[in-house]
Structures are given as C-alpha cells and as structure tokens.
Write a protein of this length. Structure first.
Ligand SMILES: *Cc1c(COP(=O)(O)O)cnc(C)c1O
Ligand SMILES: [Zn+2]
Length: 464
C-alpha cells in the first residue's frame, strides 16, 4: 500500500486493504468491518497531547473551533479544505458529586461527559462531521442511515446546514421519540418509515444504499467512528491529559465503544498516553446481546478470530423465539449491534467489561442525573445506572475516577421524563408500565393546587 491513509479489514489474519475513497464499508475478502488506517510516520502525528491546547487561541478558524477537527492530526484522512463542520463537539466534562454519591464513588471522582450539547443534541454529530466530510470527498449527493432517531437527526442537520446533500432516513414503524422525529422532519430529511424495527431498518438501508449508490452514514461507516474518537480526546483534555480509571458508555450498535477503543490503541501506539482507562459498556436489559455474548457466553476478540458460530447461534435463537429488542432507552434498542467485533477488540485492548440495566434502573439514574444538573435521554442514563451496578459489584472501586458518557440531550425524549415525574398514574402506566417500570423513586411531582392565591402561597411555603 503506497497511500498513507487507507481502509483495512479489522481482522489481522485477513488484513485486506482498500483505498480511502471506497464506500462499501465491508471487507471484500471476508466481509468483515473496516478501519480507517494510517501510516503514522508519514502523517506528522502530534508529539504531545498538550500541543492541542494551542488551538484554543484560534477559534476563528472553524477547524480549530470544532471539538472534532481541532484534533485532526489524530484523524488525518481529509484535506482541511474538504472538511465540513457545523461547530460540533463543544461539549463539557462536568464533575457531578450528587451523581457520585448515587453511583457510590467518592466526591470529586465522578464526571459526566455531556454530549447533549452538540448541534443536533447527541454525540452522533462527532461522527457525522467525519462521515459527511468523507461523503463530500467521494462526491456523494445523497446520504442515508437507519436510525433509532439521533443518527437521522444528525444527518438531517448536517444536510440542511450545508445544503450539500439530500438526507434519506430509515426508521422503524414503532418507537422513535418525538424529539428526534421532529428534527428529521423539521430539517427536511426524506423520512422512510418501514414496517419493522431498527434491526430491520438497518438491513434494508444497507441493501438500498448498495443498490442505489447512496452514501451510508451508519456506524458501520469507519469514517464516522474516526470522528467519535474525539469524545475521548476531549475527556482526556478536561482531565489534563490523564486518563480516568473508567469510561462508562451505553451500548447500542457499539460504535462509540469501538471508536473509544481505537482512540486509545492509537494514542498508545503513538506514545502519547501511558495509562489507559478501562471501558465499560452498558446494555439495556431488553436489548442485551452484547451482555449475553460477552458477559455470559464469554465471547472474546481472540486476536481477531471471535467465535462467529456463537454469534450466529445467538441470532438464530433470537429469531426462533421471536425476541425483539424492547427498552424505554430507544437509542440502544438494538439486538444486532453492527460493530460487535470492533467492540470486542476495544474491550480486549482496554480491559473492558459489559453489564446490563433494567428500564427501572435507567429512569431512576436519569432522574438523578437531571437533579444533578445535566439533562439526558434514557439511553444516556444507562451509563450512570451501569456505573452504579459495577460499583455495587465491586468492579468499580469507591476511589476510582469514573467518566460516564451522557450521549444525548434530555429534550430528545420528553415523554419518558414527564411520564416518570407525573402525578397521573394512568400516564405513568401507559408510557412506562409496559416497560416494567413500577416505581418513580426520584420523581419530582407537580403540586396540585386550586386556583386560589392563599392556597397557592400555602403550597409554596409548604414545599419550598
Ligand atoms: C446512538 C446512541 C447510543 C448508542 O451508541 P452506539 O455507538 O450505537 O453504541 C446511545 N445513546 C444515544 C443517545 C444514542 O443516540
Ligand atoms: Zn477481511
């Protein structure tokens, strides 16, 4: 290979390589996933992570303003003049002591990485700016995704903000939250609602994209994951370039954990980071393929040869028993995670673990996150619920420094939030009861008062 940037099959024993402008996103030899690969010595990688701080002073340059592209030396696949940015990645790492106490770690040791601050309200924008940039490099006119909501919202925003491409989104007929659907419609995406769930939509979008030559922006796209690596760079930066003990992230299609793992492997390879964090992936109990396979069936990366049979057998069993993913955390309501092998590699490299949490645990944790200052959607709170569980089981220690990724903004799914806090038992039952949520332990109920000044004053004095 003479190019300094190329695509490469993730399985070392295959090792097939492709040019950077290929858009099939599958290994032509073995069908496996692809990485964006770099011949680092030819690409002038940074010598110290601290060098990135100098870019703060040059925020008039959109590439330095972007929380993704100011790290461009660590994802050097695009010529700077081709980069499409809408100011993504302006996110914060916030210390949250009330959440620390809920999780069971010492004060000052728990941090929330708030990706809800992105332009479309979720971490997906980190990946979309990278995929979108690649789409422009290859001259795409149309871009498509299957989505539980946030990928489509992000794609719709990028298409409408730049006017460069037509967004085509596939959603299942069931659950997409209004916050996310609203964005797809408002930003003018062609929205195709198919009769099926996310896993069906995912299969179809791949077939359709191949047939019509439409650029695919799901996380099977390795360029998207390049952008998502930067979430970890920002976490490290906020911690003055010292890795935490744990990074806890919700697992859906497992793109994030795969990107995080790649980021840390590369930083190690480049000699930029001495100590790595451990990664913890949290599934919803109603969509727990990764937990079942990694946590219970001991599926491992095995140097690039994970046991394919056990994965296929598991999916056959899901089909035979007609098991569908089902959780209030719609963003991770996925039973066939497309990045499964990459996620295995990430956990192998970072001493990772997988756990699962119930919808009850997710909503309780979400209420604690909200009361602690940052609003998130249900899927995001799985990270906090999972950290608490890992702490209870002694896997995370009380003195460990823990970063939980809040993947999406609270306003993405107001229905779940209002149902949890509502005084109306019927609403609670209708929205949450079917998901096995029985209690709202941390509910902040509205106070009912007659329309009478004295009564109103009395109620305020009583409750405040
Ligand atoms: C997409 C999404 C996830 C799942 O991330 P994966 O990379 O697919 O595992 C989790 N939370 C939110 C809010 C999301 O939008
Ligand atoms: Zn291959």
């Amino acid at each position: 290979m003479t190019e300094a940037v190329f695509q490469r099959c993730i399985h070392p024993h295959c090792g097939a390589t492709l040019g950077v402008d290929e858009t099939t996103f599958a290994c032509p030899r073995c069908g496996g996933l692809l990485d964006v690969a770099y011949d680092w010595p030819r690409l002038h990688p940074p010598r110290m992570l601290r060098d990135f701080e100098s870019k703060w002073a040059d925020r008039h340059n959109p590439l330095n303003f972007s929380g993704v592209w100011r790290f461009r030396e660590l994802l050097p696949f695009a010529p700077p003049e081709q980069v499409l940015t809408i100011g993504e990645g302006q996110t914060i790492l916030q210390k949250a002591d009330s959440v620390a106490s809920y999780v069971g770690v010492q004060p000052g040791k728990l941090f929330l990485q708030y990706e809800g601050l992105n332009p479309s309200g979720s971490f997906k924008d980190n990946g979309m700016t990278a995929a979108f940039t690649h789409a422009r490099m290859v001259g795409a006119r149309r871009a498509a995704c299957a989505s539980t909501g946030n990928t489509s919202a992000s794609l719709a925003v990028f298409c409408s903000a730049t006017g460069l491409m037509r967004a085509i989104i596939f959603i299942g007929s069931g659950k997409i939250s209004y916050g996310k659907l609203a964005q797809a419609l408002d930003h003018g995406a062609l929205t195709v609602q198919i009769a099926g769930d996310f896993d069906d939509a995912m299969q179809r979008v791949q077939q359709v994209s191949r047939r019509l030559g439409i650029y695919l922006v799901n996380s099977i796209n390795p360029f998207r994951l390049e952008g998502q690596k930067t979430v970890m760079y920002r976490v490290l930066e906020a911690l003055r370039w010292e890795a935490p003990d744990w990074v806890v992230v919700p697992g859906g299609n497992l793109g994030n954990v795969s990107a995080f793992g790649k980021a840390f492997m590369e930083l190690t390879e480049l000699g930029l980071l001495q100590r790595l964090p451990r990664l913890a992936v949290i599934n919803a109990a109603g969509a727990n393929t990764f937990f079942k396979l990694f946590g219970q069936a001991n599926l491992r990366w095995e140097g690039g040869k994970p046991d394919k049979r056990s994965i296929e057998d598991y999916y056959c069993k899901l089909d035979a028993e007609k098991i569908r993913a089902s959780t209030i955390a719609s963003a991770i309501e996925i039973n066939r995670p497309v990045n499964l092998p990459k996620a295995l590699r990430a956990l192998d490299g970072c001493g990772g673990v997988v756990h699962e949490v119930s919808d009850q645990e997710i909503l309780d944790a979400k209420a604690k996150v909200g009361a602690g200052g940052l609003g998130c959607e249900p899927a995001s709170a799985a990270s906090v619920a999972g950290a608490r569980k890992l702490r209870q089981e002694g896997i995370i220690a009380a003195e460990d420094r823990v970063v939980c990724i809040l993947t999406g903004h609270a306003l993405k799914d107001p229905t779940a939030t209002v149902a949890y806090h509502t005084t109306d038992q019927k609403t609670f039952e209708e929205v949450l009861g079917t998901r096995g949520v029985r209690r709202a332990t941390y509910a902040n109920r509205a106070v009912q008062v007659p329309n009478d000044l004295d009564e109103i004053i009395k109620a305020i004095e009583l409750y405040s």
